[in-house]
Design a binder for this molecule. Structure first.
Ligand code: ZN
Length: 203
């Protein structure tokens, strides 16, 4: 499986990092070794001094597809979860300044904690889902998928022109504003529609 992640998909987040609002979806990938599951702790790596959290709705692909038409894209997923796209912001900044790829800052081990997945039929509309992240009991991010620049179906249509999607692939759909640093000892709790699905500690 692979993890596809969308950058700058919420205008308020693109602006907080002084990034341009993109005309087309921006995507990058994380390898399977980036996964962190079952609420296991995240061990702060030695190569960065500025790891940021980014809470994101995650789509699980349930069918193989290539050149998926936007109008049929909804047939390619039935479950969603919430994940954190951990980003070594210091390393990413160096890469951005040099115009180099982001993998060193985005694809490292356990940079993609994910929750258990819930059935989409529990919700009315994929583009009307509230989600949030609390750190040590304090709310740091809130988002609603209606604020995505590119909808889930548009993302699937766009990405599948270049990369075939396979069963079990995950798509991180971008983060709203409010990103910030994590530190050792932090407790992260991420929720969809008020239901905590991801709950783990930084060690
Ligand atoms: Zn992200």
């Amino acid at each position: 499986m692979k993890i596809i992640a969308i950058g700058r998909n919420y205008v308020n987040h693109a602006k907080e990092l002084n990034n341009e609002v993109p005309q087309k979806p921006v995507f990058f990938m994380k390898p399977e070794t980036a996964l962190l599951q079952k609420n296991n702790p995240f061990y702060y790596p030695e190569f960065s001094k500025n790891i940021h959290y980014e809470a994101e709705i995650v789509i699980k692909i349930n069918k193989i597809g290539k050149y998926i038409d936007e109008q049929f894209a909804h047939r390619y997923y039935s479950e969603i979860g919430i994940g954190i796209d951990f980003t070594a912001r210091d390393l990413q900044q160096e890469q951005k300044e040099k115009g180099l790829p982001w993998e060193i800052a985005k694809a490292f081990d356990h940079s993609a904690p994910i929750s258990t997945f819930v059935n989409l039929s529990d919700y009315q509309d994929i583009q009307k889902i509230n989600f949030s992240l609390d750190i040590n009991g304090k709310r740091v991010q809130t988002g609603n998928t209606q604020d995505m620049l590119f909808s889930v179906d548009k993302i699937i249509a766009y990405v599948s022109q270049f990369v075939s999607l396979k069963i079990g692939d995950l798509i991180f759909t971008g983060t709203p504003s409010g990103v910030g640093k994590i530190k050792i000892g932090d407790k992260l709790e991420a929720a969809i529609e008020g239901q905590t699905l991801l709950n783990f500690e930084i060690k």
